[in-house]
Write a protein that binds this ligand. Structure first.
Ligand code: HEC
Length: 131
């Protein structure tokens, strides 16, 4: 096996490591909103919709919105009193492990796969801005 053949994958891997160094923002930018929409339907829509509060709060404009502030939704004290915004990074942490991100929360649904989370967040980003 010649060195020349090995070189290409090595360079590729270095490129991926470089992306990792740029942090979560770069990784999340790769999200696919269309795939995210399908995942949303499958994994979120039992409790959430974009426009209406259900078992979970409405998601229109959630990216960039303050945590726990969908009008008219009865949040747990954990979310109601939380400080901060739903940045992409916070959404990623929430979907990874909601209880770890905001102990006392009432969602208890987590998404293990980082790509699934990125795609879901990309879809949410496409669903309006704060009203
Ligand atoms: C079993 C029902 C259920 C499912 C399924 C569910 N959620 Fe939730 N979600 C909730 C509840 C309930 C809350 C409010 C939690 C609280 O008040 O502690 C919530 C809150 C949220 C919030 C905070 C919104 C805000 O206004 O602060 C986000 C973001 C969120 N969910 C995203 C998702 C996504 C994305 C999915 C799919 C991967 C999902 N949820 C699946 C029930 C659910």
């Amino acid at each position: 096996m010649g060195r020349g053949i090995l070189q290409f994958p090595v360079v590729l891997r270095a490129g991926v490591a470089g992306l990792g160094l740029l942090g979560l923002g770069a990784a999340l930018a790769a999200g696919d909103a269309e795939r995210g929409q399908a995942l949303y339907k499958e994994r979120c829509s039992a409790c959430h919709s974009i426009r209406y509060n259900g078992q979970g709060p409405a998601h229109a404009g959630v990216v960039g919105r303050a945590i726990g502030r969908a009008p008219g939704f009865d949040y747990s004290p954990a979310l109601r009193t939380a400080q901060g915004m739903w940045t992409e990074e916070n959404l990623d942490r929430w979907l990874t492990d909601p209880e770890r991100f905001l102990p006392g929360q009432r969602m208890n649904v987590s998404i293990e796969d980082a790509r699934d989370r990125a795609d879901l967040i990309e879809f949410l980003k496409s669903q309006g801005t704060r009203e």
